[in-house]
Design a binder for this molecule. Structure first.
Ligand SMILES: C[S@@+](CC[C@H](N)C(=O)[O-])C[C@H]1O[C@@H](n2cnc3c(N)ncnc32)[C@H](O)[C@@H]1O
Length: 199
């Protein structure tokens, strides 16, 4: 099956464009801030998890240009839910907003532009699905901020746990030993840590 066939046609078109840009920018596009996109297989897995879990209150930390935002928002939309996405770089957030609007998902996504460490602290929640894909040194801070804001059965997914295993060692130790979470490392893309709140 065509990997994009699971997406609404309008969303798939923008996702495919971003895929093309990913290919074209190997080696870096100096005029744009770096915001490496989620691996396609990781994005597909997250889309599937949101649909299967019927999650409706999604949060993304590290919006980038919109690749993961579009996959998550498409699934949230199918579930009748919404996605809040956090990005610190105004230029990147603006590009994300444009991609979301072109995909017809502007009614599903709220953009928070600024430091997510502050914005996540201020958000009341609750959330049932969170993607953390940002500065590795901040993952643990986000996890601690999210503990009181997650619904039972909610997932916190962290990207790059294999590609940046050393930097994320403390994060992994914390989520794997936390009494409220079961957590598994999935060797797909750059490595996803999927942590489910058990009660
Ligand atoms: C790996 S990229 C995100 C890629 C995106 N998830 C995707 O798949 O297309 C990380 C993003 O986090 C943003 N970022 C870094 N520090 C941040 C902070 N403190 N608050 C919010 N966003 C931040 C960067 O500007 C960058 O766009």
């Amino acid at each position: 099956m065509d990997p994009f066939a699971v997406l609404d046609e309008r969303v798939a078109r923008v996702v495919e464009e971003l895929e093309e840009q990913r290919q074209a920018s190997r080696g870096g596009v100096p005029s744009y801030p770096r915001a490496p996109m989620l691996h396609p297989e990781s994005a597909r897995l997250l889309h599937l998890l949101v649909l299967v879990g019927k999650y409706r209150r999604l949060l993304e930390i590290g919006s980038g240009y919109g690749y993961s935002t579009l996959w998550l928002a498409e699934a949230a939309h199918r579930n009748g839910g919404t996605l809040v996405t956090c990005e610190i770089e105004p230029r990147v957030a603006e590009a994300n907003r444009t991609h979301v609007a072109r995909a017809g998902l502007q009614g599903v996504v709220s953009h928070l532009v600024g430091d997510a460490r502050q914005n996540v602290a201020d958000l009341p929640g609750p959330f049932d699905f969170v993607l953390i894909d940002t500065v590795k040194a901040d993952y643990l801070t986000y996890f601690e901020l999210l503990i009181p804001k997650m619904l039972p059965n909610g997932l916190i997914v962290a990207d790059n746990v294999i590609s940046h295993a050393a930097e994320l060692a403390e994060y992994l130790e914390r989520v794997k030993s936390h009494p409220l979470y079961e957590s598994v490392t999935v060797p797909i893309g750059a490595g996803l840590e999927i942590s489910r709140r058990v009660r």
